[in-house]
Design a binder for this molecule. Structure first.
Ligand code: ZN
Length: 404
């Protein structure tokens, strides 16, 4: 940690300008204490790492920020100076006794307090939930900034996003999801924008890097919109789903799904072109969109003839078995109601099929078949149909809004 108190309560912060001999003198004469638990801490004045305070090994401090990597310490300090340079009131590692939490940075913008958490190590979903709820209880808005060391680009626009990182995604003004990273080594803010989840740990996204000097707190709190998504990236994904590399160890769920497809006379590489499209609620689902959308089509839409109708709740019922055998899984999220999410997902998808011209809407909860969906007969035909539908979705503004 970067702060401690003396026995008379004076706060000592490594964010202030100190000379090494001043600190050595202070260390010889005074005792440093942890501001949260009052136990003794030691001041480390090494040449390699950022100077910092540390509890002794036997410490039982429950509010300890340790172990903190040099990466974390230097990032926290850079972000502190980044805020003070914008004349924003900010406290470093202030202890909040009411909730027994200690945000890396607490700052005030307008009349609102924000806790800025710079998270460089992994964090359990329970801890994330507990800390987030704590701040919310006392009216503080938490802003989670992920360490740039955790950013993993797989290839092109494909990024790996793990565990708690999903929980820290926020919506911009266009309701698009984004993640915020900071890298103290390059002094850069990094943003993953327009995140489009397509599996438990992968997403398509646009990456934007900005030197910290040209980014303001407003850019973090209310991020600006960026040019729209490249639809070709999604078509590449669809191709990869149709022709995946051969994998010797398929998961049990994948094998089950393929068996189910064959039972319904669907060749895995020739799933309907109408399946495998991005929808906003996908963010909360781990299953790839080509899989769950194929499930809906095969169970609920393909068996219908023109002018036959189906309700949202019937489709939901048809999907229930796939929740039990885990072919369809939700991303665990402490604040979500999965049953509601599933209905929303189905409704979004039905609206997409309406845009494609396959369905009509009848009343609040029902859809009628207008044009039947057919399975592609050859790989070439599948690609051709994917291209056609991609053009329709590009030419439809607000395609992801549910039209009632
Ligand atoms: Zn302590």
């Amino acid at each position: 940690m970067l702060t401690a108190v003396l026995e008379d309560g004076t706060k000592i912060s490594m964010a202030d300008k100190w000379f090494e001999n001043e600190l050595k003198e202070l260390r010889a004469k005074q005792q440093f204490l942890c501001p949260a638990c009052d136990s003794k801490v030691t001041l480390k004045l090494g040449s390699k790492r950022q100077w910092h305070f540390a509890h002794y090994n036997h410490s039982m401090c429950r509010h300890s920020l340790e172990p903190e990597s040099p990466y974390h310490l230097s990032g926290k300090l850079q972000l502190y100076h980044w805020l003070t340079n914008q004349n924003i009131p900010v406290s470093l590692e202030v202890y909040l006794p009411l909730i027994q939490q200690r945000p890396d940075l607490l700052c005030k913008v307008g009349n609102q307090l924000f806790a800025l958490e710079f998270q460089c190590s992994s964090l359990s979903e329970e801890r994330y939930q507990q800390r987030t709820k704590g701040y919310q209880q006392i009216g503080i808005i938490p802003i989670w900034v992920i360490g740039g060391n955790r950013l993993r680009r797989k290839q092109g626009d494909i990024f790996q996003i793990l565990g708690f990182e999903w929980l820290t995604t926020r919506k911009d003004r266009m309701e698009q999801m984004h993640l915020t990273y900071y890298c103290p080594e390059s002094s850069q803010w990094i943003f993953l924008k327009q995140i489009r989840s397509f599996s438990a740990t992968r997403a398509l996204a646009k990456i934007i890097c900005r030197k910290k000097e040209i980014v303001s707190i407003e850019d973090i709190l209310n991020p600006s919109i960026i040019p729209s998504f490249n639809p070709m990236s999604w078509l590449h994904l669809k191709k990869a789903w149709r022709y995946p590399p051969v994998h010797p160890h398929q998961s049990k769920e994948k094998r089950l799904y393929h068996k189910w497809l064959y039972q319904h006379k669907v060749i895995p590489s020739q799933f309907p072109a109408e399946a495998g499209w991005f929808l906003p609620t996908q963010h909360f689902i781990e299953t790839s969109p080509h899989i769950w959308q194929t499930l809906i089509l095969v169970t609920s839409i393909l068996p219908l003839t023109p002018n036959q109708s189906i309700s949202l709740s019937k489709i939901k019922l048809n999907l229930t078995p796939f929740l039990y055998n885990r072919i369809l899984t939700f991303r665990s999220h402490p604040f979500n109601d999965n049953s509601e999410l599933l209905l929303q997902l189905i409704e979004e998808y039905m609206c997409l099929l309406r845009t494609f011209g396959n369905l009509h809407k009848k009343g609040e909860q029902e859809f009628i078949v207008r044009k039947i969906i057919t399975l592609p007969l050859t790989p070439n035909q599948a690609n051709q149909l994917d291209n056609n539908l991609s053009k329709i979705s590009q030419n439809t503004p607000n395609i992801h809004q549910i039209q009632r």
